[in-house]
Design a protein around this ligand. Structure first.
Ligand code: GAP
Length: 498
């Protein structure tokens, strides 16, 4: 993870927000390469989800919506995380990410230990329990710890559980609900009547505009409405770089189906679609898995939610949630606004409220996943037998920020630079390219490897002196080189960058 964060900063992918003021926790900036990568992720999703499908249309709704939207959706009342305060350190924790365990020696409890969720929380708690045993010079056998979420702690246990900030018990408060919506005021008055919210998800835009799309868009069930845009959540503990931040970008789609349709098949089909799409942008299947949420823990209206999980460097975590939400959202908005959100069934001649399948994913989480999966350090040996470590980002050509680098072999040879610039200008019309004429060719290749450029094209003496106007094409992953014509290069790019 450290290597990825360091590369992201060094090569201009991701910066801390407001870094010169010490940064701002939970907010990030995307640099010149980062924004290209992010745009490519968004564009691939939009092309595959909207443009290349006949049953999905796109919209863009405002970030600040009528506050009644968030009352009807349930966010004002229930978009909360359980918050725990440490009264001594003033730090705050999410109770469902804070774990504790009893220190049990020969069947007797000798206090508690705590740890924040990690890749192996139980191991952390076990190590802490062993430390307590040593410190208190307890004789006997320490039982294996049983990790429990702080949300499960009894009122008697809470004062005995040490704060992860101080290591001492007595300072943690019982969990309380903390609403994660950022609020603001709209208009000149700053009172309760002007209170509004930054959206915590893009999804409600699709529900609120459902009728507008139906009435204007010539859509017929089943159909989807998709949107890409910023969402804001006042996360208690933003962490793991851009994985959980306070301002992030979502790509969501609401797929409306008939109330009598086989929702389970539709749900499964969308899980498969999302999985295949992640593979199409280069995520290895070995890093992906599915997690079905327990029915008992779902909201009452939810029929089923499956997450596509990704093996991040800090553990397996949710990447994409695919939820079957029944007709809850449209019904809520119909009731709250007094405007029916129904569709007329030509067959039965009856009106009904469609049900929905919702695949919802964060652009930033995909960004981090592709960086983590693509990052490699490998030992390479040059033609003089010298070994070296090569850092390479094996990004799919679909999303690589630079598709091709054009490199004249020598900067001072005008014939080479003229031909190289002509090729560069031509490629630049369709692809993000990079022109680099400084430094040894091997070093130039390495610079491109590190930012994930799939191909380098070198304009060399054979280009200008040989027959057929060919270039050396060097592939990032295999480092293999071959000669290609301009036509062959364009055909390769056309096939691989889509
Ligand atoms: N409309 C449903 C919804 O918003 P969610 O599981 O809360 O569901 C969907 O969010 C996706 O948005 C997540 O799977 C994740 O990829 C992304 N996401 C959620 N919270 C995030 C955060 N704080 N930082 C970055 N991405 C986040």
């Amino acid at each position: 993870m450290e290597a990825i964060v360091s590369l992201a900063k060094r090569r201009g992918f991701v910066f801390q927000s407001s870094e010169i003021y010490g940064g701002y926790n939970g907010f990030f900036d995307f640099g010149p390469l980062g924004i290209e990568l992010k745009k490519n992720i968004r564009d691939c999703w939009w092309d595959d989800m909207v443009r290349r499908r006949d049953d999905v249309v796109g919209i863009e709704t405002s970030i600040i919506m009528h506050p009644k939207v968030w009352e009807a959706s349930g966010h004002v009342g229930g978009f909360t995380d359980p918050l725990v305060d440490c009264k001594v350190s003033k730090q705050r924790f999410r109770a469902d990410q804070l774990f504790f365990a009893a220190v049990v020696v020969d069947d007797t409890t000798h206090g508690y230990v705590s740890a924040l969720e990690s890749e192996d929380t139980t191991a952390d708690l076990q190590a802490a329990a062993e430390k307590v045993k040593r410190k208190q010079a307890l004789q006997g056998t320490l039982a294996p710890v049983i990790a429990q979420e702080f949300t499960e702690a009894t009122p008697e246990q809470i004062p005995l559980i040490p704060s992860p900030a101080t290591g001492e018990p007595g300072s943690l408060t019982p969990p309380r609900d903390f609403n994660m919506m950022f609020d603001t005021n709209v208009g000149a008055l700053r009172d309760g009547s002007s209170k509004s919210y930054l959206r915590p998800e893009t999804a409600q835009g699709m529900f609120v505009d459902f009728k507008n799309v139906v009435d204007t868009g010539r859509v017929k069930l089943p159909f989807g409405i998709a949107q890409i845009g910023k969402s804001f959540r006042n996360e208690i503990t933003p962490r793991n770089f851009i994985f959980r931040s306070r301002e992030f970008e979502q790509m969501e789609m609401e797929y409306f189906i008939h109330e009598d349709a086989d929702w389970e098949t539709a749900h499964k089909d969308w899980i498969q679609w999302c999985w295949d799409w992640l593979v199409s942008i280069g995520l290895p299947e070995s890093h992906l898995s599915l997690f079905d949420h327990e029915k008992a823990k779902l909201a009452f209206y939810s029929r089923g939610t499956t997450d596509i999980m990704f093996k991040y460097p800090f553990g397996v975590q949710e990447l994409w949630g695919i939820a079957a939400r029944g007709n809850y959202d449209l019904t809520q908005h119909a009731n709250a606004s007094g405007k029916p959100q129904e569709i007329f069934d030509e067959e039965t001649k009856k009106k009904f409220v469609p049900h929905v399948i919702e695949p919802a994913v964060g652009v930033d989480r995909i960004f981090l996943a592709v960086l983590a999966a693509a990052y490699a350090e490998e030992e390479v040996t040059d033609d003089k037998g010298k070994t070296d470590i090569r850092t390479v980002l094996r990004l799919s050509p679909r999303i690589a920020p630079v598709k091709v680098a054009v490199l004249p072999l020598l900067k001072k040879k005008e014939e080479l630079t003229t031909r190289a610039k002509a090729l560069y200008k031509k490629l630049q019309r369709r692809y993000a390219c990079f022109y680099d004429e400084t430094g040894a060719i091997g070093r130039r290749y390495r610079r491109q490897d590190e930012i994930g450029t799939p191909w380098c094209v070198t304009i060399d003496f054979e280009t200008i002196e040989g027959e057929g106007d060919t270039f050396t094409l060097r592939e990032r992953d295999s480092m293999a080189q071959r000669r290609v014509t301009e036509q062959e290069l364009l055909a390769l790019l056309d096939e691989q960058v889509y």
